[in-house]
Design a protein around this ligand. Structure first.
Ligand code: IPM
Ligand code: MG
Length: 370
């Protein structure tokens, strides 16, 4: 098994370093190889996703990704901007299914800007389609308008589109995922804008058809504006949410923040053969980069998802997740989740604590098994 490690920019390098230490501490049999991506790759090789990095990612069983982007690249031509690296990886590896769980850890209920009773016990899963929609639709560009409100004026345009197989496969991923979630009544909420957009009426029709194959999973539909509102009003009403690329981008940030900190949330992007890219849901945070204060837990938890989904090591994944819970229970907090009465630590100390919690779980295990 091989893991491509792509730390990227900003806090990416700091948080990925901690996740790698946690993976090393598991002493499992896999190889890790690191490469540049994003602005760091642009600076070194003139491209955010160099051929060698793409090749490494394609050949690996899984990619552990940090974050890309920095304001200093905002004036570059679009094809050279750091964000193109993640879009290029999604496209080239066919990573169409993006899982963004939003789980509120018991110890962190007070870190949310919502009332604790609204989010205590929150456990929702956003499934975002990741390789279609207006993100990748062609044509796109700038031109002179021939019609519209200002014929003859300069205009820009993008194309929102989905094909039937694209919607069918992401719908199946959502229904299957809902089936595997044991603790709740199984429900998929499909989020669309069918009242206005042809693409999303099509989406809604297809999700409804696929839903008939899953009589054990309840299906409802919600317009995206209402979904944005319900997420802050009654977030616990949701179970699995499935939506298109752009709506998923927006709603997953909103859902992440319900839990108190986007610094806690992992994500997985999978293709049809379970090859996956694992990254924290947050970005490169250039404002705190290099200060050693970023929260590495989202990346560490992404490594756990990687072990579960792409590397067939569910026990190792459980160990990481329990270690994170015990570190939180011991009161350690990075700045983003800090509250009165807890101990503020930096990126490295948080990583150390997770590694220590892992080894204490090994000791317990060996003593049980003799
Ligand atoms: C995300 C990010 C990306 C996206 C950017 C960095 C291209 O916001 O993964 O949610 O829009 O998909
Ligand atoms: Mg986003």
């Amino acid at each position: 098994m091989k893991i491509a490690v792509l730390p990227g920019d900003g806090i990416g390098t700091e948080i990925v370093a901690e996740a790698v230490r946690v993976l090393d501490a598991l002493e499992l049999d896999f190889e890790m190889e690191t490469a540049l991506v994003g602005g760091a790759a642009y600076d070194a090789h003139g491209h955010p996703l160099p051929e060698a990095t793409l090749k490494l990612a394609k050949e690996a069983d899984a990619v552990l990704f940090g974050a890309v982007g920095d304001w200093k690249y905002d004036t570059l031509e679009r094809q050279f901007r750091p964000e193109q690296a993640i879009l290029g990886l999604r496209k080239n590896l066919g990573l169409f299914a993006n899982f963004r769980p939003a789980i509120c850890y018991e110890q962190l209920v007070d870190a949310s800007s919502l009332k604790p009773e609204l989010i205590a016990g929150l456990d929702i899963l956003i499934i975002r389609e990741l390789t279609g929609d207006i993100y990748f639709g062609q044509p796109r560009g700038r031109r002179t308008a021939v019609d519209g409100h200002f014929p003859g004026a300069e205009e820009a345009f993008d194309t929102m589109r989905y094909s039937r197989p694209e919607v069918e496969r992401i719908a199946r991923v959502a229904f299957e995922a809902a089936r595997k979630r044991s603790k709740r009544s199984k429900r998929v909420t499909s989020v669309d804008k069918a009242n206005v957009l042809e693409t999303f009426q099509f989406w809604k029709d297809i999700v409804t058809e696929v839903g008939k194959e899953y009589p054990d999973v309840a299906l409802d539909h919600m317009y995206v504006d209402n979904a944005a509102m319900q997420l802050v009003k009654e977030p616990k009403k949701f179970d699995v949410v499935v939506t298109g690329n752009m709506f998923g981008d927006i709603l997953s940030d909103e859902a992440a923040m319900l839990t108190g900190s986007i610094g806690m949330l992992p994500s997985a992007s999978l293709n049809a053969s379970s090859q996956g890219l694992y990254e924290p849901s947050h970005g490169s945070a250039p404002d705190i980069a290099g200060k050693g204060v970023a929260n590495p837990l989202a990346t560490i938890l992404s490594a756990a998802m990687m072990l579960r989904f792409s590397l067939q090591q569910p026990e190792a994944a459980d160990r990481i997740e329990s270690a994170v819970k015990s570190v939180l229970a011991s009161g350690l907090r990075t700045g983003d989740i800090w509250s009165e009465g807890t101990k503020r630590v930096g990126t490295r100390e948080m990583g150390d604590a997770v590694v220590a919690a892992l080894s204490s779980s090994v000791i317990k295990k060996t003593s049980i098994t003799g």
